[in-house]
Design a protein around this ligand. Structure first.
Ligand SMILES: *Cc1c(COP(=O)(O)O)cnc(C)c1O
Length: 360
């Protein structure tokens, strides 16, 4: 069977070149005589793979020298708990912007560990836009301000970042990391589950400014403790060795595409193609407010639920799969991360035009 265009929200499409390299190296990696999966994580061969992956993160994201790069487990959801445990003591508090379901879950999780203030929320509008905030909304004594740069389920993205002064900005970048250039100096810490825009599931990338280490509470489990993990080079225990290797292959591919600035241009072109079509159509309705639109997750509906379902079914018959929207929004969601080629988005746009002609 031919490969399809996979519009899944995560785990999601990966570059074919990375998968082909992995297939070639499956039984014997380099001169090792074994699969990467069979290697000791303490071996020189594996340490080189690990270091190469971290070096690519540093290069592609232009990570400043005074920031630590950690490759952890537990997913983005693990970090919902790790962040408060690493950055605030029991009497402290943090500011959260509630821009989506994952932001909301992160906020609720943090409440177990300290005070949490919800600075702004668009929950009442089913998160169809990034909520408004002003400078005065933030507590100057907060231990951090928490945002979700791209809201995967609703298809929204921060077009501008809050100015938080001396209070560190912490960002869940799970669904738009490496898709656009960010100045990491704006952040105290950023993190992402790998399965959307980095590689396969099982790895969580955390990038944290070193002066924020050493603040974890005593009760923080070792494997969630950024300070201990930084001291141990992310290998306090066995890391997800194969998933990290795969991330390295995907990052190498991204570098070959010209890096983040180059792929950002493609991502703008890809998303514009779909949004222009949605805006010109009286049949499709975009789900997110225009000023908050995501470049990674494009959400929309047709005139009714039955037609939404038919859209998803007929698209799949054309090799355009996993377009069903999340149950919290309904309709259709096209996730077009870095690994989705322009060609795939063009195929979707062509299908959308045909479908509209037939069903309007
Ligand atoms: C997918 C996603 C999560 C959850 O990630 P897990 O790795 O499954 O815990 C959290 N935040 C955002 C923005 C996501 O897109």
């Amino acid at each position: 069977m031919d490969r399809v265009f996979n519009f899944a929200a995560g785990p999601s499409a990966m570059p074919a070149e990375a998968l082909e390299t992995a297939a070639r190296e499956m039984l014997c990696y380099g001169e090792s005589g074994m699969s990467v999966m069979e290697m000791s994580h303490r071996s020189k061969a594996y340490q080189d793979i690990f270091d190469g992956t971290v070096a690519l993160v540093r290069e592609l994201m232009n990570v400043p020298e005074d920031y630590e790069v950690l490759l952890l487990q537990g997913g983005a959801t693990g970090q919902f708990a790790a962040i408060p445990m690493n950055l605030m003591g029991e009497g402290d508090s943090a500011d959260y912007i509630d821009s989506g379901n994952f932001a909301h879950i992160a906020m609720n999780e943090a409440q177990k560990y300290g005070g949490v203030r919800c600075v702004a929320s668009s929950r009442e509008e089913n998160y169809r836009r990034i909520p408004d905030w002003t400078q005065a909304d933030f507590d100057p004594n907060a231990k951090y301000v928490y945002i979700t740069t791209n809201n995967t389920i609703f298809g929204t993205r921060y077009a501008r970042l809050p100015e938080t002064g001396d209070v560190p900005l912490v960002a869940d970048m799970s669904s738009n990391i490496l898709s656009e250039v960010y100045d990491l100096r704006r952040f105290g810490a950023v993190y992402a589950g790998a399965q959307k825009n980095i590689g396969p599931a099982g790895v969580t990338l955390v990038i944290v400014r070193r002066d924020l280490l050493g603040r974890a509470r005593k009760s923080c489990p070792q494997i969630m403790n950024w300070t201990i993990m930084a001291e141990k080079g992310s290998m306090l225990n066995t890391p997800p060795t194969y998933a990290i290797y795969m991330c390295g292959l995907c990052l190498k591919w991204l570098k070959e595409q010209g890096g983040v600035a180059a792929i950002e241009k493609v991502n703008i072109e890809k998303s514009k193609l779909l949004y222009d079509l949605l805006d010109e159509s009286a049949f499709y309705r975009p789900a997110a407010e225009a000023a908050s639109r995501s470049r990674m997750n494009v959400t929309f509906t047709t005139p009714d639920k039955d037609t939404d379902a038919l859209f998803v079914k007929e698209a799949a018959a054309r090799g355009l799969v996993n377009l069903k929207g999340h149950r919290l929004v309904g309709g259709i969601r096209a996730s077009i991360y870095n690994a989705m080629p322009l060609e795939g988005v063009r195929a979707l746009a062509d299908f959308m035009k045909d479908f509209e002609m037939e069903h309007r």
